[in-house]
Design a protein around this ligand. Sequence first.
Ligand SMILES: [Zn+2]
Length: 260
Amino acid sequence: MLIPIDGGAAAYPQEVPQALGQWRAPKVSQRVARQIVEEIISRGLRPGDRLPPEAETMERFEISRASLREGLRVLETFGVIRVQQGQRGGPRIEQLSPTDLARTLSLFFQMFGATYRDVFDARVLIEPVMARIAAERQDPEQMQALRGLLELEKTTPAESYFQVANSFHETASGLSGNPVLDLIGQALRAFYAEYFFRVRAVPEVALERCRKDHPQIAEAILAGDADRAETLAREHMAKSRRFAEQNAAWMMDARVSWEV
Ligand SMILES: [Zn+2]
């Protein structure tokens, strides 16, 4: 049965309720970790910056040294900070990247029994959509980056082309301008790329396909031809998937394992 919605906007609270985000009472370590994150954001701290001294934080949050360290450990696991030993050590803020998200995702994928085929299938769906959105948006900064990539695609000699192909997919998996989509797209790509490096499964012939297809995809995006960009990106991803399936099914069958 549908629940009737009465009152339109007036039926909603007019601001975010305080209780939101507290799904359950967090452990002390999680609470401390959250407080530190809020502080990083509110103080505008950047990667490389140090966190305030331990004693100061302990006093302000009214927590023990053990709780503070547990909280820091939680953040270190996610890649938000790094605790360095030594006299000039201490917690510093790290540059979070899609690879950090990929690490966390790998834990979940392993627990849910995902294979690298599942990861690839998700990429086959995401990258063409990215190409479409990018062609429609024509974001000046993105277009400039794509123009640079296109130049490299056309001029880099075969022996050093691998890095360029990699950069192309890195960019192409995060072109939507929506941080949620871009992070997920780029994390999946980072994830797959790391796996590829590990199993050393980047055959010449796969790179030749990239070399042929990437410039066409980039040109369609730059020309604002969303249909063509999406179609070409979909064909490229599908060909890559088919190739991997035919020549290295073991690679696709492999179950994801947690990379920390
Ligand atoms: Zn490619």
